[in-house]
Design a protein around this ligand. Structure first.
Ligand code: PLP
Ligand code: ZN
Length: 497
Protein backbone atom coordinates (compact mmCIF):
# COMPACT_ATOMS: atom_id res chain seq x y z
CA UNK A 1 0.00 0.00 0.00
CA UNK A 2 1.31 3.39 -0.99
CA UNK A 3 1.90 5.41 2.18
CA UNK A 4 1.74 8.63 0.15
CA UNK A 5 -2.06 8.42 0.02
CA UNK A 6 -2.39 8.94 3.78
CA UNK A 7 -2.87 12.47 5.12
CA UNK A 8 0.42 14.13 6.00
CA UNK A 9 -0.28 14.36 9.72
CA UNK A 10 -1.02 10.61 9.91
CA UNK A 11 1.69 9.32 7.56
CA UNK A 12 4.63 9.31 10.02
CA UNK A 13 2.54 7.40 12.60
CA UNK A 14 0.68 4.94 10.43
CA UNK A 15 3.32 2.19 10.86
CA UNK A 16 3.94 1.85 14.61
CA UNK A 17 7.48 1.77 15.94
CA UNK A 18 8.39 -0.59 18.77
CA UNK A 19 9.24 2.27 21.09
CA UNK A 20 7.09 1.33 24.09
CA UNK A 21 8.61 0.26 27.40
CA UNK A 22 6.21 -2.25 28.92
CA UNK A 23 6.87 -3.71 32.36
CA UNK A 24 5.02 -5.89 34.88
CA UNK A 25 3.51 -4.32 37.96
CA UNK A 26 2.28 -6.40 40.89
CA UNK A 27 -1.34 -5.78 41.71
CA UNK A 28 -0.66 -6.39 45.41
CA UNK A 29 2.60 -4.60 46.34
CA UNK A 30 2.99 -2.50 43.15
CA UNK A 31 6.57 -3.68 42.71
CA UNK A 32 7.77 -3.51 39.09
CA UNK A 33 9.50 -6.22 37.07
CA UNK A 34 11.10 -6.45 33.64
CA UNK A 35 9.15 -8.23 30.90
CA UNK A 36 12.39 -9.83 29.76
CA UNK A 37 11.88 -12.60 32.30
CA UNK A 38 8.96 -15.01 32.24
CA UNK A 39 6.82 -14.04 35.18
CA UNK A 40 3.23 -14.81 36.12
CA UNK A 41 2.88 -13.79 39.74
CA UNK A 42 4.85 -11.43 41.97
CA UNK A 43 7.94 -13.20 43.35
CA UNK A 44 7.49 -11.21 46.57
CA UNK A 45 3.78 -11.42 47.36
CA UNK A 46 2.46 -13.99 44.87
CA UNK A 47 -0.20 -11.62 43.57
CA UNK A 48 -1.09 -11.45 39.83
CA UNK A 49 0.56 -8.88 37.55
CA UNK A 50 -0.56 -6.30 35.01
CA UNK A 51 1.45 -4.81 32.16
CA UNK A 52 1.94 -1.03 32.13
CA UNK A 53 4.04 1.19 29.88
CA UNK A 54 6.89 3.42 31.05
CA UNK A 55 6.90 5.35 27.81
CA UNK A 56 3.74 7.34 28.54
CA UNK A 57 4.84 10.00 26.07
CA UNK A 58 4.24 7.55 23.21
CA UNK A 59 0.52 7.77 23.98
CA UNK A 60 0.26 11.38 25.12
CA UNK A 61 2.04 12.78 22.05
CA UNK A 62 -1.24 12.50 20.11
CA UNK A 63 -4.65 13.90 20.97
CA UNK A 64 -7.56 11.47 21.21
CA UNK A 65 -8.88 12.60 17.84
CA UNK A 66 -5.48 12.03 16.18
CA UNK A 67 -5.41 8.50 17.60
CA UNK A 68 -8.89 7.93 16.16
CA UNK A 69 -7.61 9.00 12.75
CA UNK A 70 -4.48 6.85 13.05
CA UNK A 71 -6.57 3.76 13.82
CA UNK A 72 -9.13 4.54 11.13
CA UNK A 73 -6.42 4.93 8.51
CA UNK A 74 -4.42 1.99 9.84
CA UNK A 75 -7.48 -0.13 9.06
CA UNK A 76 -6.62 0.33 5.37
CA UNK A 77 -3.14 -1.18 5.62
CA UNK A 78 -2.44 -4.65 4.25
CA UNK A 79 0.46 -5.48 6.57
CA UNK A 80 -0.43 -8.82 8.27
CA UNK A 81 1.13 -7.87 11.63
CA UNK A 82 -1.22 -4.88 11.84
CA UNK A 83 -4.39 -6.64 10.76
CA UNK A 84 -5.27 -8.12 14.13
CA UNK A 85 -4.98 -6.86 17.72
CA UNK A 86 -1.83 -4.91 16.82
CA UNK A 87 -3.80 -2.29 14.94
CA UNK A 88 -3.63 -0.79 18.45
CA UNK A 89 0.09 -1.57 18.78
CA UNK A 90 0.90 1.43 20.99
CA UNK A 91 -1.64 0.10 23.51
CA UNK A 92 -0.83 -3.60 23.12
CA UNK A 93 2.73 -4.94 23.29
CA UNK A 94 4.23 -1.63 22.30
CA UNK A 95 7.82 -2.95 22.38
CA UNK A 96 7.25 -5.78 19.91
CA UNK A 97 8.72 -5.26 16.42
CA UNK A 98 6.32 -6.10 13.60
CA UNK A 99 8.36 -9.14 12.55
CA UNK A 100 7.90 -10.79 15.96
CA UNK A 101 4.12 -10.44 15.77
CA UNK A 102 2.03 -13.53 15.10
CA UNK A 103 -1.17 -12.94 13.17
CA UNK A 104 -3.50 -15.87 12.47
CA UNK A 105 -6.61 -13.91 11.53
CA UNK A 106 -7.80 -12.97 14.98
CA UNK A 107 -9.77 -9.90 16.09
CA UNK A 108 -11.92 -7.31 14.29
CA UNK A 109 -14.83 -9.66 14.71
CA UNK A 110 -18.21 -8.63 13.32
CA UNK A 111 -20.75 -6.63 15.30
CA UNK A 112 -24.21 -7.87 14.40
CA UNK A 113 -27.35 -5.94 15.23
CA UNK A 114 -30.26 -7.89 16.73
CA UNK A 115 -33.12 -8.30 14.27
CA UNK A 116 -36.27 -6.19 14.66
CA UNK A 117 -38.10 -9.27 15.88
CA UNK A 118 -35.51 -10.01 18.56
CA UNK A 119 -35.42 -6.35 19.65
CA UNK A 120 -39.19 -6.38 19.98
CA UNK A 121 -39.15 -9.62 21.92
CA UNK A 122 -36.60 -8.32 24.44
CA UNK A 123 -37.66 -4.68 24.36
CA UNK A 124 -33.95 -3.83 24.10
CA UNK A 125 -31.44 -2.56 21.57
CA UNK A 126 -28.44 -4.76 21.24
CA UNK A 127 -25.68 -6.15 19.08
CA UNK A 128 -23.64 -9.29 19.38
CA UNK A 129 -19.91 -8.91 18.82
CA UNK A 130 -19.04 -12.36 17.52
CA UNK A 131 -15.75 -13.44 19.01
CA UNK A 132 -16.62 -16.97 17.93
CA UNK A 133 -15.43 -15.82 14.50
CA UNK A 134 -11.81 -15.85 15.65
CA UNK A 135 -9.50 -18.57 14.23
CA UNK A 136 -10.00 -21.10 17.02
CA UNK A 137 -13.60 -19.92 17.41
CA UNK A 138 -13.33 -18.02 20.71
CA UNK A 139 -12.06 -14.73 22.10
CA UNK A 140 -9.08 -16.55 23.63
CA UNK A 141 -7.24 -16.01 20.33
CA UNK A 142 -6.88 -12.32 21.20
CA UNK A 143 -4.90 -13.10 24.33
CA UNK A 144 -2.92 -15.88 22.67
CA UNK A 145 -1.90 -13.65 19.75
CA UNK A 146 -0.49 -11.30 22.39
CA UNK A 147 1.09 -13.97 24.62
CA UNK A 148 2.70 -15.91 21.76
CA UNK A 149 3.92 -12.72 20.07
CA UNK A 150 5.57 -11.77 23.37
CA UNK A 151 7.24 -15.20 23.51
CA UNK A 152 8.35 -14.92 19.89
CA UNK A 153 9.80 -11.52 20.80
CA UNK A 154 11.78 -13.02 23.70
CA UNK A 155 12.99 -15.85 21.44
CA UNK A 156 13.99 -13.38 18.70
CA UNK A 157 15.87 -11.32 21.31
CA UNK A 158 17.64 -14.57 22.35
CA UNK A 159 16.33 -14.19 25.88
CA UNK A 160 14.66 -17.62 25.94
CA UNK A 161 14.81 -20.87 23.96
CA UNK A 162 13.40 -24.43 24.04
CA UNK A 163 10.00 -23.24 25.15
CA UNK A 164 7.34 -25.58 26.49
CA UNK A 165 4.04 -23.74 26.87
CA UNK A 166 1.37 -25.15 29.17
CA UNK A 167 -2.15 -24.20 30.16
CA UNK A 168 -5.20 -25.54 31.94
CA UNK A 169 -8.46 -24.88 30.26
CA UNK A 170 -12.22 -25.13 30.21
CA UNK A 171 -11.61 -25.92 26.52
CA UNK A 172 -11.13 -22.72 24.59
CA UNK A 173 -7.85 -21.59 26.13
CA UNK A 174 -6.21 -24.86 25.14
CA UNK A 175 -7.64 -24.68 21.63
CA UNK A 176 -6.20 -21.19 21.18
CA UNK A 177 -2.89 -21.96 22.93
CA UNK A 178 -2.33 -25.10 20.85
CA UNK A 179 -3.14 -23.27 17.62
CA UNK A 180 -0.84 -20.30 18.22
CA UNK A 181 1.97 -22.48 19.63
CA UNK A 182 1.74 -24.81 16.63
CA UNK A 183 2.43 -21.85 14.36
CA UNK A 184 5.80 -21.49 16.10
CA UNK A 185 6.75 -25.17 15.69
CA UNK A 186 9.54 -26.19 16.24
CA UNK A 187 10.46 -23.19 18.43
CA UNK A 188 7.70 -24.01 20.89
CA UNK A 189 6.05 -27.20 22.11
CA UNK A 190 2.73 -27.03 23.86
CA UNK A 191 0.88 -29.11 26.42
CA UNK A 192 -2.66 -28.58 27.66
CA UNK A 193 -4.48 -29.91 30.71
CA UNK A 194 -8.21 -30.43 30.45
CA UNK A 195 -10.72 -31.57 33.06
CA UNK A 196 -11.75 -35.07 31.92
CA UNK A 197 -15.23 -35.04 30.33
CA UNK A 198 -15.71 -31.35 31.18
CA UNK A 199 -14.97 -30.00 27.73
CA UNK A 200 -17.04 -30.53 24.61
CA UNK A 201 -15.84 -33.01 21.91
CA UNK A 202 -15.17 -30.10 19.55
CA UNK A 203 -12.99 -28.37 22.14
CA UNK A 204 -11.06 -31.60 22.77
CA UNK A 205 -10.47 -32.14 19.06
CA UNK A 206 -8.95 -28.67 18.62
CA UNK A 207 -5.66 -29.00 20.58
CA UNK A 208 -5.32 -32.59 19.34
CA UNK A 209 -5.64 -31.33 15.79
CA UNK A 210 -3.03 -28.64 16.42
CA UNK A 211 -0.57 -31.30 17.61
CA UNK A 212 -0.38 -30.31 21.28
CA UNK A 213 0.16 -32.88 24.00
CA UNK A 214 -3.21 -33.19 25.69
CA UNK A 215 -3.57 -34.41 29.26
CA UNK A 216 -7.00 -35.15 30.71
CA UNK A 217 -7.23 -34.78 34.48
CA UNK A 218 -10.01 -36.05 36.74
CA UNK A 219 -11.79 -33.14 38.44
CA UNK A 220 -12.90 -29.70 37.33
CA UNK A 221 -11.05 -26.75 35.82
CA UNK A 222 -9.99 -25.34 39.19
CA UNK A 223 -8.13 -28.62 39.90
CA UNK A 224 -6.30 -28.53 36.55
CA UNK A 225 -5.30 -24.94 37.26
CA UNK A 226 -3.64 -25.96 40.52
CA UNK A 227 -1.55 -28.57 38.69
CA UNK A 228 -0.47 -26.08 36.04
CA UNK A 229 0.48 -23.58 38.72
CA UNK A 230 2.53 -26.23 40.45
CA UNK A 231 4.25 -27.12 37.17
CA UNK A 232 5.05 -23.47 36.47
CA UNK A 233 6.71 -22.96 39.84
CA UNK A 234 8.73 -26.23 39.68
CA UNK A 235 9.73 -26.39 36.02
CA UNK A 236 10.83 -23.93 33.31
CA UNK A 237 7.52 -23.78 31.45
CA UNK A 238 5.69 -20.88 29.87
CA UNK A 239 2.26 -20.46 31.42
CA UNK A 240 -0.46 -19.54 28.95
CA UNK A 241 -3.36 -19.22 31.37
CA UNK A 242 -4.87 -15.85 32.02
CA UNK A 243 -2.48 -15.45 34.96
CA UNK A 244 -0.17 -14.50 32.12
CA UNK A 245 -0.57 -10.72 31.96
CA UNK A 246 0.07 -10.71 28.18
CA UNK A 247 -3.23 -12.55 27.73
CA UNK A 248 -5.08 -9.73 29.47
CA UNK A 249 -3.25 -7.14 27.40
CA UNK A 250 -4.28 -8.82 24.12
CA UNK A 251 -7.89 -9.16 25.21
CA UNK A 252 -8.10 -5.41 25.75
CA UNK A 253 -8.41 -5.22 21.96
CA UNK A 254 -12.08 -6.19 22.32
CA UNK A 255 -12.81 -2.77 23.87
CA UNK A 256 -10.70 -0.89 21.34
CA UNK A 257 -12.67 -2.52 18.55
CA UNK A 258 -16.02 -1.68 20.14
CA UNK A 259 -14.88 1.94 20.41
CA UNK A 260 -13.88 1.97 16.74
CA UNK A 261 -16.96 -0.03 15.62
CA UNK A 262 -19.20 2.66 17.11
CA UNK A 263 -17.16 5.56 15.73
CA UNK A 264 -15.64 6.32 19.12
CA UNK A 265 -19.01 7.26 20.63
CA UNK A 266 -19.66 5.39 23.85
CA UNK A 267 -22.71 7.42 24.89
CA UNK A 268 -25.46 5.15 26.27
CA UNK A 269 -23.50 1.99 25.51
CA UNK A 270 -23.49 -1.15 27.64
CA UNK A 271 -21.00 -3.98 27.24
CA UNK A 272 -22.15 -7.37 28.53
CA UNK A 273 -19.57 -10.06 29.34
CA UNK A 274 -19.84 -13.60 30.78
CA UNK A 275 -17.44 -14.18 33.68
CA UNK A 276 -15.42 -17.35 34.29
CA UNK A 277 -11.82 -16.81 35.33
CA UNK A 278 -12.57 -13.07 35.13
CA UNK A 279 -9.69 -12.35 32.76
CA UNK A 280 -11.88 -11.11 29.97
CA UNK A 281 -13.96 -8.66 32.00
CA UNK A 282 -10.74 -7.32 33.57
CA UNK A 283 -9.20 -6.83 30.14
CA UNK A 284 -12.29 -5.20 28.68
CA UNK A 285 -12.64 -2.70 31.54
CA UNK A 286 -8.92 -1.98 31.40
CA UNK A 287 -9.05 -1.38 27.66
CA UNK A 288 -11.84 1.16 28.00
CA UNK A 289 -9.96 2.86 30.84
CA UNK A 290 -6.85 3.23 28.67
CA UNK A 291 -8.75 4.65 25.71
CA UNK A 292 -10.59 7.00 28.02
CA UNK A 293 -7.36 8.22 29.57
CA UNK A 294 -5.91 8.82 26.11
CA UNK A 295 -9.00 10.86 25.19
CA UNK A 296 -9.95 8.41 22.42
CA UNK A 297 -13.39 7.85 23.95
CA UNK A 298 -15.24 10.56 25.84
CA UNK A 299 -17.09 8.28 28.20
CA UNK A 300 -16.83 4.82 29.76
CA UNK A 301 -19.58 2.42 28.68
CA UNK A 302 -21.59 0.59 31.33
CA UNK A 303 -20.20 -2.86 32.06
CA UNK A 304 -22.43 -5.80 32.98
CA UNK A 305 -20.70 -9.01 34.07
CA UNK A 306 -22.89 -12.11 34.06
CA UNK A 307 -22.57 -15.36 35.99
CA UNK A 308 -24.68 -18.51 36.20
CA UNK A 309 -26.26 -19.53 39.51
CA UNK A 310 -24.09 -22.62 39.20
CA UNK A 311 -20.74 -20.77 39.17
CA UNK A 312 -21.14 -17.29 40.64
CA UNK A 313 -18.25 -16.36 42.98
CA UNK A 314 -17.84 -12.86 41.50
CA UNK A 315 -21.55 -12.12 41.75
CA UNK A 316 -21.56 -13.39 45.37
CA UNK A 317 -18.62 -11.14 46.23
CA UNK A 318 -20.40 -8.02 45.02
CA UNK A 319 -23.68 -8.86 46.80
CA UNK A 320 -22.22 -7.08 49.82
CA UNK A 321 -22.84 -3.39 49.11
CA UNK A 322 -20.18 -2.16 51.56
CA UNK A 323 -16.87 -2.37 49.74
CA UNK A 324 -14.93 -2.67 53.00
CA UNK A 325 -16.94 -5.66 54.17
CA UNK A 326 -16.66 -7.64 50.93
CA UNK A 327 -14.82 -10.92 51.24
CA UNK A 328 -13.96 -13.23 48.42
CA UNK A 329 -14.97 -16.85 48.86
CA UNK A 330 -14.43 -19.46 46.14
CA UNK A 331 -17.57 -21.49 45.39
CA UNK A 332 -18.01 -25.12 44.43
CA UNK A 333 -19.32 -25.09 40.90
CA UNK A 334 -22.28 -27.15 39.74
CA UNK A 335 -22.71 -28.38 36.15
CA UNK A 336 -23.34 -25.44 33.86
CA UNK A 337 -24.30 -25.17 30.20
CA UNK A 338 -22.05 -22.09 30.22
CA UNK A 339 -19.27 -24.60 30.77
CA UNK A 340 -16.45 -22.33 29.59
CA UNK A 341 -17.30 -20.00 32.48
CA UNK A 342 -17.79 -22.75 35.07
CA UNK A 343 -15.10 -21.57 37.46
CA UNK A 344 -15.38 -21.35 41.23
CA UNK A 345 -12.09 -19.64 42.06
CA UNK A 346 -11.29 -17.06 39.36
CA UNK A 347 -7.59 -16.35 38.87
CA UNK A 348 -8.28 -12.73 37.92
CA UNK A 349 -10.50 -11.89 40.89
CA UNK A 350 -7.92 -9.40 42.28
CA UNK A 351 -7.80 -7.75 38.85
CA UNK A 352 -11.59 -7.38 38.71
CA UNK A 353 -11.73 -5.89 42.20
CA UNK A 354 -9.10 -3.28 41.50
CA UNK A 355 -10.11 -2.40 37.95
CA UNK A 356 -13.88 -2.26 38.67
CA UNK A 357 -13.20 0.12 41.55
CA UNK A 358 -11.17 2.37 39.30
CA UNK A 359 -13.80 2.13 36.57
CA UNK A 360 -16.59 3.25 38.88
CA UNK A 361 -14.40 6.01 40.26
CA UNK A 362 -13.53 7.46 36.85
CA UNK A 363 -17.16 7.11 35.76
CA UNK A 364 -18.22 9.18 38.78
CA UNK A 365 -20.95 6.64 39.57
CA UNK A 366 -21.51 2.91 39.69
CA UNK A 367 -20.88 1.80 36.13
CA UNK A 368 -19.95 -1.87 36.64
CA UNK A 369 -22.74 -4.31 37.51
CA UNK A 370 -22.79 -8.03 38.23
CA UNK A 371 -25.85 -10.09 37.36
CA UNK A 372 -26.70 -13.68 38.17
CA UNK A 373 -28.84 -15.78 35.81
CA UNK A 374 -30.41 -19.25 35.85
CA UNK A 375 -29.19 -22.12 33.71
CA UNK A 376 -32.67 -22.26 32.19
CA UNK A 377 -32.48 -18.65 31.02
CA UNK A 378 -29.00 -19.19 29.56
CA UNK A 379 -30.20 -22.05 27.36
CA UNK A 380 -33.51 -20.44 26.41
CA UNK A 381 -31.90 -17.13 25.41
CA UNK A 382 -29.07 -18.82 23.53
CA UNK A 383 -31.59 -20.79 21.49
CA UNK A 384 -33.73 -17.67 20.97
CA UNK A 385 -30.73 -15.64 19.78
CA UNK A 386 -29.67 -18.35 17.37
CA UNK A 387 -33.21 -18.88 16.09
CA UNK A 388 -33.06 -15.18 15.18
CA UNK A 389 -29.91 -15.08 13.11
CA UNK A 390 -27.07 -15.23 15.63
CA UNK A 391 -24.35 -17.86 16.12
CA UNK A 392 -23.71 -17.46 19.81
CA UNK A 393 -22.41 -20.04 22.26
CA UNK A 394 -24.03 -20.75 25.61
CA UNK A 395 -21.87 -18.06 27.26
CA UNK A 396 -23.26 -15.58 24.74
CA UNK A 397 -26.71 -16.86 25.73
CA UNK A 398 -25.69 -16.04 29.28
CA UNK A 399 -25.00 -12.45 28.16
CA UNK A 400 -28.47 -12.07 26.65
CA UNK A 401 -30.07 -13.66 29.71
CA UNK A 402 -28.06 -11.18 31.80
CA UNK A 403 -29.11 -8.19 29.71
CA UNK A 404 -32.78 -9.16 29.96
CA UNK A 405 -32.44 -9.62 33.71
CA UNK A 406 -30.62 -6.27 33.98
CA UNK A 407 -33.53 -4.57 32.23
CA UNK A 408 -36.01 -6.03 34.73
CA UNK A 409 -33.78 -4.57 37.46
CA UNK A 410 -33.63 -1.16 35.78
CA UNK A 411 -29.89 -1.48 35.11
CA UNK A 412 -30.37 -1.58 31.33
CA UNK A 413 -32.99 0.45 29.50
CA UNK A 414 -34.26 0.56 25.95
CA UNK A 415 -32.63 3.96 25.45
CA UNK A 416 -29.25 2.29 25.70
CA UNK A 417 -27.45 0.09 23.19
CA UNK A 418 -25.87 -3.09 24.49
CA UNK A 419 -22.97 -4.96 22.94
CA UNK A 420 -23.00 -8.61 23.97
CA UNK A 421 -19.88 -10.74 23.89
CA UNK A 422 -20.56 -13.95 21.97
CA UNK A 423 -17.34 -15.36 23.40
CA UNK A 424 -17.27 -18.51 21.27
CA UNK A 425 -18.95 -19.99 18.22
CA UNK A 426 -22.22 -21.89 18.74
CA UNK A 427 -20.83 -25.08 17.19
CA UNK A 428 -18.29 -25.51 19.98
CA UNK A 429 -21.18 -25.95 22.41
CA UNK A 430 -23.74 -27.66 20.16
CA UNK A 431 -23.67 -30.58 22.58
CA UNK A 432 -25.85 -28.61 25.00
CA UNK A 433 -28.28 -27.71 22.24
CA UNK A 434 -28.49 -31.40 21.25
CA UNK A 435 -29.16 -32.50 24.81
CA UNK A 436 -31.78 -29.77 25.23
CA UNK A 437 -33.57 -30.73 22.02
CA UNK A 438 -33.51 -34.42 23.00
CA UNK A 439 -34.67 -33.57 26.56
CA UNK A 440 -31.55 -35.31 27.82
CA UNK A 441 -29.79 -32.61 29.83
CA UNK A 442 -28.91 -34.31 33.14
CA UNK A 443 -31.02 -33.03 36.07
CA UNK A 444 -27.98 -31.37 37.72
CA UNK A 445 -28.10 -28.64 35.05
CA UNK A 446 -31.62 -27.70 36.21
CA UNK A 447 -32.82 -27.02 32.69
CA UNK A 448 -36.21 -28.13 31.37
CA UNK A 449 -36.51 -28.44 27.61
CA UNK A 450 -39.21 -26.03 26.44
CA UNK A 451 -41.04 -27.41 23.39
CA UNK A 452 -41.15 -23.84 22.02
CA UNK A 453 -37.43 -24.07 21.27
CA UNK A 454 -36.99 -27.77 20.50
CA UNK A 455 -35.99 -28.53 16.94
CA UNK A 456 -35.29 -32.08 15.78
CA UNK A 457 -34.78 -33.58 12.33
CA UNK A 458 -37.74 -35.34 10.77
CA UNK A 459 -36.90 -38.58 8.93
CA UNK A 460 -39.15 -38.91 5.90
CA UNK A 461 -39.60 -42.51 4.66
CA UNK A 462 -41.68 -43.83 1.81
CA UNK A 463 -44.61 -46.23 2.40
CA UNK A 464 -42.52 -49.15 1.17
CA UNK A 465 -39.28 -48.97 3.19
CA UNK A 466 -37.50 -51.29 0.69
CA UNK A 467 -37.89 -48.86 -2.17
CA UNK A 468 -35.29 -46.31 -1.10
CA UNK A 469 -32.20 -45.17 -2.98
CA UNK A 470 -28.96 -46.58 -1.63
CA UNK A 471 -25.41 -46.49 -2.81
CA UNK A 472 -25.10 -50.21 -3.62
CA UNK A 473 -28.61 -50.75 -4.99
CA UNK A 474 -29.95 -48.08 -7.35
CA UNK A 475 -33.72 -47.88 -7.84
CA UNK A 476 -35.26 -48.44 -11.27
CA UNK A 477 -36.27 -45.28 -13.07
CA UNK A 478 -39.99 -45.75 -12.26
CA UNK A 479 -39.36 -46.65 -8.61
CA UNK A 480 -37.13 -43.59 -8.27
CA UNK A 481 -39.76 -41.31 -9.86
CA UNK A 482 -42.31 -42.74 -7.45
CA UNK A 483 -39.95 -42.21 -4.49
CA UNK A 484 -39.38 -38.55 -5.44
CA UNK A 485 -43.10 -37.88 -5.77
CA UNK A 486 -44.07 -39.61 -2.56
CA UNK A 487 -41.36 -37.92 -0.44
CA UNK A 488 -42.03 -34.51 -2.00
CA UNK A 489 -45.74 -34.94 -1.23
CA UNK A 490 -45.00 -35.77 2.40
CA UNK A 491 -42.68 -32.75 2.80
CA UNK A 492 -45.26 -30.46 1.16
CA UNK A 493 -47.87 -31.73 3.65
CA UNK A 494 -45.55 -31.05 6.59
CA UNK A 495 -44.86 -27.53 5.31
CA UNK A 496 -48.57 -26.94 4.66
CA UNK A 497 -47.77 -26.02 1.08
C1 PLP B 1 -12.84 -18.49 28.71
C2 PLP B 1 -14.23 -18.26 28.30
C3 PLP B 1 -15.12 -17.49 29.06
C4 PLP B 1 -14.74 -16.90 30.38
O1 PLP B 1 -13.80 -15.87 30.25
P1 PLP B 1 -12.86 -15.47 31.49
O2 PLP B 1 -11.85 -14.59 30.94
O3 PLP B 1 -12.31 -16.76 32.00
O4 PLP B 1 -13.77 -14.83 32.48
C5 PLP B 1 -16.39 -17.27 28.57
N1 PLP B 1 -16.79 -17.80 27.40
C6 PLP B 1 -15.98 -18.57 26.65
C7 PLP B 1 -16.49 -19.14 25.38
C8 PLP B 1 -14.68 -18.83 27.07
O5 PLP B 1 -13.89 -19.60 26.32
ZN1 ZN C 1 3.82 -8.14 44.90
Amino acid sequence: MNLEIFPEDIRPHIIPKPEGKPFYRCLGCFKEFSIEKLLYVCPDCNQVLMIHDKNKAAISKHSGSTWQKIFDFRKMLKIPALKGIYRYHEFIGSCIPLDSIIYLGEAHTPVIEASCHLKEKTGLNFFYKNDGQNPSASFKDRGMASALSSIKYLIDQKLISDVIAVCASTGDTSAAAALYASYLTPLIKSAVLLPHKKVTPQQLSQPLGSGAQVFEIPGVFDDCMKIVEHLSTQYPVVLLNSKNAWRILGQESYSYEIAQDFDWDMTNKIVVIPIGNAGNISAIMNGFLKFHEAGIINQLPKIIGVQSEHADPVYQYYLEPDENKRQFKPVNTRPSVAQAAMIGNPVSMPRVIQIAKQYNKISGQQNVFFIQVSEQSIMDWQLTANQNGHITCTQGGECLAGLVKASTMGIATKNETAILDATAHAIKFSEFQDLYFKKQLPPAYEVQSDSKYINLPDLILPGNPDLVPSQDKRLTKTDFQHFIQEISGKIADKLNL
